[in-house]
Design a protein around this ligand. Structure first.
Ligand SMILES: Cc1cc2nc3c(=O)[nH]c(=O)nc-3n(C[C@H](O)[C@H](O)[C@H](O)COP(=O)(O)OP(=O)(O)OC[C@H]3O[C@@H](n4cnc5c(N)ncnc54)[C@H](O)[C@@H]3O)c2cc1C
Length: 380
């Protein structure tokens, strides 16, 4: 008899999970993978679109390309989740799962920052990245502010990356001399768990003449005067405001019994929720790790092992280790790398490898490997 595994969300977490279990135990599971979108894109591809390095058509991977034993993809919007009965309702159908995995990621609350919708551009959604691309193309020089608007956000390295890519973009267009760039981030350091990595990144920002305001949050924008009001009372005029919006869990999750304080609590070793046979992975959880694709992928691989062990009556799987790698773009095709371990006992680790063209190549390969693994046929 096969178990019906229903996976909500086909992002980093959902795709890795489905691949892992389909590869290992195709005869034991029937997997329904549900996403409201028809295609997947890597988070960092939004930066490629925003800085005009790739066309929109080059960054989407269509789910219809998924070719895995026992996996059926359904393009539907999840409208209700009952974790007690493991029943999921979508705009099209109702699903009863033996095992339910929630991997619905994080949404954005643009309205939480007054003035952002009117006078700034959030670049964390695909539509926002396209608007940011157009705003950058129309920019004639002046003040650019990159502002992180909430206490936590996807990809801790992304604000530094964005500021450096703005620097590179403006230099290429001959506008750097006539522009200033400010990076305002509520986090006390670029990568708070490592002083050395943070110092290395701050030094790179300084080399590029980027004004860095750590521990500060833009509370609101004044659309009439184009001024960002910082929560410590400072004011920052801008000609272009690029914002990382406040994050929140998708509405359907918040409305379910799964959410506590807005996110899904999980056992950080296995990603089990408090409901039997219901798991949650990735950005939608309140696990004590940052929101990042590499992290969601590691969590998904852990849940795959948990489910494989459960369905094959095998020994207990190894708990999640909190290890992930993350690339940082610096422009001019230079990429650095941060290797983290958030659960390394008492002392989380983040090691920075200086930028190089070789790491840029490595990042491209990292991306293609995932596209092949998640969208191609099972090869093992
Ligand atoms: C600009 C930017 C740069 C980034 N750079 C990096 C990087 O370099 N490295 C890195 O590791 N991470 C990076 N990230 C972060 C990374 O993209 C996310 O952390 C990662 O995608 C989280 O994976 P997930 O599976 O939890 O959620 P997601 O990948 O967001 O997947 C969630 C899925 O759920 C679907 N969904 C949501 N609600 C519903 C619903 N009601 N019904 C049906 N489907 C629904 C969505 O369509 C989506 O496909 C970046 C993010 C951004 C925005």
């Amino acid at each position: 008899m096969t178990e019906h595994v229903v996976v909500l969300g086909a992002g980093f977490g959902g795709l890795e999970l489905v691949t892992g279990i389909s590869e290992a135990i195709p005869d034991k599971v029937r997997i329904t993978l549900i996403d409201k979108s028809g295609a997947f894109m890597f988070g960092f591809s939004k930066l490629d679109v925003m800085f005009g390095r790739r066309q929109a058509s080059e960054v989407w991977n269509a789910y219809r390309g998924i070719d895995k034993p026992g996996v059926e993809f359904r393009q539907e919007t999840v409208t209700a989740i009952d974790p007690k009965s493991r029943r999921v309702v979508t705009d099209v159908a109702t699903y009863d799962a033996d095992i339910l995995v929630v991997a619905l990621g994080a949404d954005y609350d643009v309205a939480a920052t007054p003035g952002l919708a009117e006078d700034g551009v959030e670049f964390y959604s695909f539509a926002g990245a396209e608007l940011a691309r157009d705003a950058l193309a129309a920019f004639k020089g002046g003040g650019v502010v990159v502002g992180v608007l909430g206490p936590f956000f996807k990809c801790p390295g992304a604000p530094v990356e964005t500021a450096l890519l703005v620097d590179n973009y403006l230099a290429q267009r001959g506008l750097r001399e006539s522009s200033t760039i400010h990076l305002v981030n509520p986090m006390p350091a670029p990568i708070p768990i490592s002083q050395r990595t943070s110092s290395a990144l701050v030094a790179i920002l300084e080399e590029h003449g980027i004004e860095y305001w750590p521990g500060s949050k833009v509370a609101r924008l004044d659309p009439e005067h184009h001024v960002a009001h910082v929560d410590d009372g400072r004011e920052l005029p801008y000609d272009l405001f690029l914002g990382i919006p406040v994050h929140c869990a998708p509405e359907v999750v918040v409305a379910s019994e799964l959410a506590e304080d807005g996110w899904i609590p999980v056992d950080p070793a296995t990603f089990a929720t408090k409901f039997p046979n219901v798991y949650a992975i990735g950005d939608v959880t309140s696990a004590p790790v940052p929101r990042a694709g590499g992290i969601a992928e590691g969590e998904a691989a852990t849940v795959a092992k948990v489910l494989i062990a459960k369905l094959t009556n095998d020994s207990d799987p190894v708990p999640y280790d909190g290890v992930a790698g993350c690339y940082v773009e610096l422009g001019d095709d230079l990429v650095g790398r941060i290797d983290v371990n958030f659960l390394s006992y008492d002392t989380p680790v983040a090691k920075f490898t200086a930028p190089s063209a070789a790491l840029s190549e490595e990042k491209h390969e990292w991306e293609s490997t995932r596209v092949r693994r998640w969208f191609g046929p099972i090869t093992s």
